[in-house]
Design a protein around this ligand. Structure first.
Ligand SMILES: *Cc1c(COP(=O)(O)O)cnc(C)c1O
Length: 391
């Protein structure tokens, strides 16, 4: 069996044509028609009227936080079970994260979020304060392409006057099919939505991202901030402190080609998930985690929950042993509140995050994976876990 990677990009479409076209046109930097076209394609796909393309998901989140009015010393409620890039921009703004638990979808627990606002904070004059600092925003991550409970989260945010920044970097194409937000895509429900096109995301531009906001003028303002806040490009007039966060035309050329393929990529992710589901059906030592009901998920990453109480080996050991069988897997992220720069920050009743973080294995999910490879992966994992349970 050839080596089976966890998640690699897929360039089966017009990628080479469009990138070569951008090079031949000479438009390789932050001006160029592909950037505008990618923004237009994203807006159509997401059913919103304005999207700004930028350098990365991280920069999209940073711009959103800044636009939310998050200032030094303010508090931002964040998840601990996610990729650290979702939280680092809080520190860029010299604000303070408070780490919230997840629920069984691995996304933020709305029950604990409400409890935190009610019991740990004070709400007066339209401002929620925690230990004397204003709570300005919540960063909600749609983990692995799942959808957070946005109905509850939006209710809480409205009640306490908080900005909701959706980190939809892993969930491009995920939308509600039922409920109050039926038809609404991840990233288009809160005040801001951030997307990422990094190498292992469902579509990639090498590095890149995009953002949208509930207010179209806000997106225009963020685009302006992302291009050094140029009020007059010819005479170099700048009325605000901007950033060099705009996407380049070369990246966007790749992105336009990838957007053409996105529906097919999602279809394959879903099909492969079904194949894994069948392969792990009835297996006593691990279970493929479901995605939320009432949601059409892009099924970006698959989470295998291992019954670690019965396995006589560490997750590290499991990853290593599978690697020897040419299968690349990884454990879910280390919790952010345990990382060195965040150890002094506050947490709130973390229970499920540590539980899941110690037993989830992400398994190969590239769009090019074959049925034969999926069955090989599932069989090898089952065999290894049975061996480790007995040995
Ligand atoms: C990938 C990712 C990001 C960062 O996106 P970049 O484009 O790599 O900057 C942020 N949050 C989460 C949850 C991610 O998975």
């Amino acid at each position: 069996m050839n080596f089976i990677p966890l998640s690699i990009p897929n360039f089966e479409g017009n990628e080479k044509n469009y990138v070569m076209d951008a090079v031949e046109q000479g438009w390789v930097s932050t001006a160029g028609s592909y950037v505008n076209e990618l923004e237009k394609k994203m807006a159509e796909f997401l059913h919103v009227n304005n999207v700004a393309a930028c350098q990365s998901g991280t920069s999209a989140l940073h711009l959103s936080l800044r636009e939310s009015g998050v200032e030094p010393g303010d508090v931002v409620i964040v998840p601990t079970l996610t990729f650290i890039a979702a939280v680092n921009p809080v520190k860029y703004q010299f604000a303070k994260p408070v780490f919230m638990d997840c629920d069984d979808t691995l996304c933020m627990d709305p029950v604990k979020l409400r409890q935190f606002c009610e019991k740990e904070c004070v709400f007066s004059d339209g401002i929620l304060t925690y230990k004397g600092s204003a709570v300005r925003a919540i960063i909600v991550v749609h983990v692995f392409g799942n959808m957070a409970d946005m109905e509850s989260i939006m209710d809480i945010a409205t009640e306490y006057n908080l900005s909701v920044i959706e980190d939809a970097t892993e969930a491009l194409g995920t939308y509600y099919t039922d409920g109050r937000f039926a038809g609404k895509f991840a990233g288009t429900i809160g005040h801001f939505g951030a997307y990422s096109f990094n190498g292992n995301k469902i579509i990639t531009t090498g590095g890149g991202g995009a953002l949208t906001a509930s207010d179209s003028d806000t997106v225009d303002h963020l685009r302006y901030l992302s291009t050094q806040a140029k009020d007059d490009a010819q005479f170099f007039i700048h009325d605000e402190v901007g950033y060099n966060y705009r996407m380049t035309n070369l990246q966007a050329a790749l992105g336009v080609a990838q957007m053409e393929e996105l529906p097919e990529f999602i279809r394959r992710k879903q099909h492969h998930y079904d194949l894994y589901l069948k392969a792990f059906e009835g297996f006593e030592l691990a279970e493929l985690m479901p995605f939320r009901d009432g949601v059409f998920s892009n099924m970006w990453f698959y989470s295998l929950k291992i019954d670690t109480s019965r396995i006589k080996a560490s997750m590290r050991e499991i990853v290593k042993r599978l690697h020897e069988k040419a299968i690349q897997t990884r454990t879910v992220w280390g919790l952010i509140h345990e990382q060195k720069p965040y150890r002094d920050d506050d947490t709130y009743q973390l229970e499920k995050a540590p539980y899941y973080s110690s037993r989830i294995l992400n398994i190969p999910c590239s769009t090019q994976i074959t049925e034969e490879e999926i069955n090989y992966v599932a069989n090898e994992i089952k065999q290894l876990l049975r061996e480790l349970a007995n040995g």
